[in-house]
Ligand binder design. Sequence first.
Ligand SMILES: [Zn+2]
Ligand SMILES: [Zn+2]
Length: 377
Amino acid sequence: MSKSFYEILGISKNATEEDIKKAYRKLARKWHPDINPGNKEAEQQFKKISEAYDCLSNEKKRKIYDEFGEDGLRSGFDAKKAREYKQWNSYEEAASAGPGQGFGKYKSYEDIFGDVFGFGSGEGGFRTTMAVRGRDVEHEMTIDMISALKGFKTEFSMQKPTPCQKCSGSGTDPASVMENCPVCGGSGRVNVAEGPMHFTKPCPRCHGHGRTGKPCPRCGGSGQVIDTENIKVSIPPGVKEGSRVRVAGKGEQGRNGGKPGDLYLKIHVKAHPFLKRDGDNLFLDLPVTVGEVMAGSTISIPTIYGNVRLKIPPGSQGGRILRLKGKGAVNIKTKKKGDLMVKLIIKVPRTDDKEVLESVSRMERFYEGDIRGDISL
Ligand SMILES: [Zn+2]
Ligand SMILES: [Zn+2]
């Protein structure tokens, strides 16, 4: 059984900040590697003291440690979830029960903490003979704007860790002579009693299998290899920059018959030269002729739902925005469609044809007043 941080520093649980500092200084003076060159024990001791001090001298860390023990200090630890689980599984019950019992709905330590440690926090340390769900995996994907708006189906290959087939994920060469694990004595589990919570966890040497031999030559003892898998996905219409598309069951494989995790595709959308998106509305810069806006006209314009007719009222000015209801982007949550806002960009033809220029100059008198009259800077 390993000592608590308080025991390591030789202080009581209600020690003050000052007590902690004093205790640390005293012990550090005794065990500092500079004072004990080449002394392996001193090195170990100093490491332990520093670790204990690092935690207890930090008010936030100390609080978490008091409540959950060292596990609470692991990255990704979710105190809220852990508290919820604890309510169902009181500490006494867990402490008195043998491995794999007494946790109510949850059968073991890592069933609880596999869940409490969130996405991406595991480092493969939770190896067990119990079924464990695979972790979620995130993958980035860059697509063009039209594909994002319309949605599409695609297939790609992804490399991901899968349990080694040769050793069935145990990490042990199946051809080697198996003996009882020297660390756990064959039980596959070791006791952990750090802080107020008592648990057993899978033996780090035999990964919870109880027996061990030479490391597997295919995976080098890790129990996992990198495999390539072809994945078919359907990207729904309306995804935008930063959207996450879930592909169920395509994350990391589960261990010991556990369910696989999910794959999340994080979407990046490339900009489009004419089309912009703001919320669920789309903005299109639409080139029009002088004649089309002066006399008014009905023209055909492309939308992501196919071509539609757009009526340009006579006398429309450049920059006018015409709204096409329901021709915008699909909201990925509500499935409602935004609008398409069409901005008229008047294109003037290039010509040196005298007759044309003359007739255009005759247009000048139809402007009312001074067209720049309202501008004062
Ligand atoms: Zn292997
Ligand atoms: Zn073992």
